[in-house]
Design a protein. Structure first.
Lengths: 114, 113
């Protein structure tokens, strides 16, 4: 089991540019989550999917943020246009249905917007 | 609304000494509780979880945690820390559904020789 795979590990971009973060969940997991981690706010849930369908996007900070899950093995988080305050580590996590199933996290994407 | 509080932002412990990291939660029923560890540049790794039953839960790497309903707490303990335990520790809560976790702000553990 390769675990949750995120790419890229690091992304540096200029303000105003579009940024796309990618995630491959663990095979067989039907839930996928996007989290953002900053020093000020800690870990925040942005959005989560069940069976590729967005269930709750109330944590998405602004319309500049969008997420998709076109199939069970791939999800993207896009920021357009990016701003310096979007700089953070973005984590993807997945789990399967069932009360005893914990979240498995990827290693994150460190985004720096200059 | 549910919440998780980790009162200690930083804790410094000598190698070989015992450790206790505090976690308090607010939830209307019995929650599912978790402790995760994050090493620098890494994602979060599950240490242990409490769902029901025995209130003392054993996890990986020699960690354990005790659920105390009367105190709304789920403190993490280790009898003897190693330098490799230096990391960020997060307590988290779930209502039981797969609707994501609510995390505490984390406690940064520093191990001194």
């Amino acid at each position: 089991d390769a675990g949750v795979i995120q790419s890229p590990r690091h992304e540096v971009t200029e303000m105003g540019q579009e940024v796309t973060l990618r995630c491959k969940p663990i095979s067989g997991h039907d839930y996928l989550f996007w989290y953002r981690q900053t020093m000020m706010r800690g870990l925040e849930l942005l959005i989560y999917f069940n069976n590729n369908v967005p269930i709750d996007d109330s944590g998405m900070p602004e319309d500049r943020f969008s997420a998709k899950m076109p199939n069970a093995s791939f999800s993207t988080l896009k920021i357009q246009p990016s701003e310096p305050r979007d700089s953070a580590v973005y984590f993807c996590a997945s789990t399967r249905t069932g009360r005893n199933s914990p979240l498995h996290f990827g290693n994150g994407t460190r985004l720096t917007v200059t | 609304a549910q919440s998780v509080t980790q009162p200690d932002i930083h804790i410094t412990v000598s190698e070989g000494a015992s450790l206790e990291l505090r976690c308090n939660y607010s939830y209307g029923a019995t929650p599912y509780l978790f402790w995760y560890v994050q090493s620098p540049g890494q994602g979060l790794q599950l240490l242990l979880k409490y769902f029901s039953g025995d209130t003392l839960v054993q996890g990986i790497k020699g960690f354990e945690a005790e659920f105390k309903r009367s105190q709304s707490s789920f403190n993490l303990r280790k009898p003897s820390v190693h330098w490799s335990d230096a990391a960020e520790y997060f307590c988290a809560l779930s209502g039981g559904g797969a609707d994501g976790l609510t995390f505490g702000k984390g406690t940064h553990l520093i191990i001194q020789p």
